[in-house]
Structure formats: C-alpha cells, structure tokens
Design a protein around this ligand. Structure first.
Ligand SMILES: O=C(O)C(=O)C[C@H](O)C(=O)CO
Ligand SMILES: [Zn+2]
Length: 278
C-alpha cells in the first residue's frame, strides 16, 4: 500500500499556480496499479481517495501511520465503487460481490477489509473514498438501480445526464460521506455547468470510461479566477470547498463525485451565474 499526503491550498495562493503546480496540488494522476492499493490523503476534510487493483491475489486495507488508528476504519467510513471487472470486497468475513459500477458502503469499525478480483484477466478496480466518521452505520451494497436518480441537462447544451446518488441519505446512512455517479447521455460532454461551489463540503471528481486519447478539461478555481486541469481516463481531482468543479470531455465519459464536510445536503450549492465566470 502506498499513501501520499496533500495539504490544502489557500485560494490566494492558487491564483499564482502554473499548470504543474495546479496538477501537483489537485490532480490525483494514478489510482490503479496491479496488486497494490494507492491512496492520497488530503487534509481538505481529511478525505482519502485511492484505488485497489487486486490481480494475482487479494489485497488487504491496512492502516498506515497517516490514518492514526490501529485499523483503517477505526474512526472512518469507506465508499467503494468497482470501475473494473467483477470483484469481491470481504468485510470482516462478509462477502460482497461488486460488478462494474456497483458500490459498497463500509461502516466505521469494520476491521478486516479485503479486495479480490473474480478473473485476473479482467481485474476489478475498486475506487476508494474515505472520510472521518463519528458513528457506525450499516455496511451496504448499492447498485445503480438502487440509487436516487436526478435527470439533468439538455442536448441543446450538450449536458444531458443522469446523476445517480448512491451513498446519499435517502439510500444509505453515513456519518458524512456522500457519493454518486454521473452518467452523460451519448454525445453529451459537459458536466456541472452552470457550475457551483459549496463551502460546506469538499468534493472529489473521478473521470472514467474516457477512451484514450480523449481528455476531460476539468474546471476549478474561484468563479472569478477559473483554471483548468487536463485529465486522462481514471484520474481524480480534489475540489477544495471554495472551488468550482465542472468539466467537458473531448468525448463522452462518466464520473464519480464524492463529498465530505459539514452537511450531506446535495442541494446545498451556491450556483454561479454564467456571466460571473472569469
Ligand atoms: O453532473 C453534475 O451536475 C454533477 O454530478 C454534480 C455533482 O454531483 C456535484 O458537484 C454535487 O455537488
Ligand atoms: Zn458540487
């Protein structure tokens, strides 16, 4: 298991960042490496984002020093989404089979968490999100069919999409983690425009199903100081609470968004009028 630490950036400092500095602070370029678990620990809301890709055998979620507890989930909760081939997550002996795009919420206090692929030729890729937790809720598998759906956008604005709210208070109780998947309809490329901020929560976007050599241009920054990060398939980007988060692909894609912070209210957004963007 490898873990890297990211520190928060003040918006005044980010005004002076060049492309490399922006990428260094906000882009999570590699989430999946065969037979390893790669984690990034962001001090923004102590959000941990990463990936587990078991190929030759199972992988166990360990607790590196950064987590500060004897087990990873002693004081945390975990959201898992499988973006690869079929796999299993075994939580304290209970087996959850996750097909492509299935999610699992793993409760605080779970001690032994293992990841495995069903077929090493088509390995599972478990996208991981973890936030601190103060209470234990129930571990639960959530398929896209169980998610709360929000239909948004319009082909005339190239942003017709379905937001699947998977780890959401109406579907699955958590201490703070909220997570879902936004699936763009074919030939639609824009997400989250008009855009928003929510100073009460940070957010992480993970772009996938973005066939090479396509790229997503992810927009971030204060509304009056926007910047972009060019993202490839299966990369994530950390959006601090003061930042917009929106993107456009050079072709169709899907993304997973996840949030942690002061509330779990998906609708609590400060919408940015298009004419205010700079
Ligand atoms: O397509 C969208 O719009 C989104 O998916 C928005 C995110 O879910 C979000 O930013 C929630 O705060
Ligand atoms: Zn948001």
């Amino acid at each position: 298991m490898k873990i890297t630490v990211r520190h928060p950036s003040h918006p005044d400092a980010v005004r002076g960042f060049d492309t490399e500095a922006l990428r260094e602070h906000f882009l999570v370029p590699t989430l999946f490496e065969a037979d390893d678990i790669l984690l990034t620990y962001s001090h923004v809301d102590r959000f941990v984002v990463g990936g587990a890709m078991p190929v030759a055998g199972p992988l166990t979620l360990e607790a590196p020093k950064e987590i500060g507890s004897p087990t990873f989930l002693k004081r945390r909760e975990l959201g898992v989404v499988n973006v690869g081939g079929p796999g299993r997550v075994i939580v304290d002996g209970a087996v959850f089979t996750l097909d492509h795009r299935d999610a699992l919420y793993v409760a605080m206090g779970s001690e032994d968490v293992r990841f495995e692929s069903l077929d090493r030729k088509e390995p599972a890729k478990f996208y991981l999100n973890s936030t601190p937790a103060h209470a234990r809720f129930e571990t639960m598998k959530i398929s896209l069919g169980m998610a709360r759906q929000v239909h948004l956008g319009d082909p005339s604005q190239s942003n017709e999409r379905i937001i699947y709210q998977m780890i959401h208070p109406d579907v699955c109780q958590t201490a703070q983690l909220v997570l879902g998947m936004t699936v763009l309809k074919p030939n639609n490329m824009w997400n989250t425009m008009p855009c928003h901020t929510h100073d009460r929560r940070c957010e992480v976007y993970f772009y996938f199903d973005l066939a090479e050599p396509a790229r997503a241009f992810h927009f971030m920054g204060e509304p009056s100081q926007t910047r972009h990060i060019v993202m490839a398939n299966e990369q994530a980007v950390i959006s601090p609470p003061w930042s917009i988060h929106s993107g456009v692909g050079t072709r169709n894609y899907t993304f997973i968004w996840s949030m942690g912070g002061d509330n779990q209210d998906f609708t609590d957004m400060d919408m940015v009028p298009m004419e205010a963007l700079r």
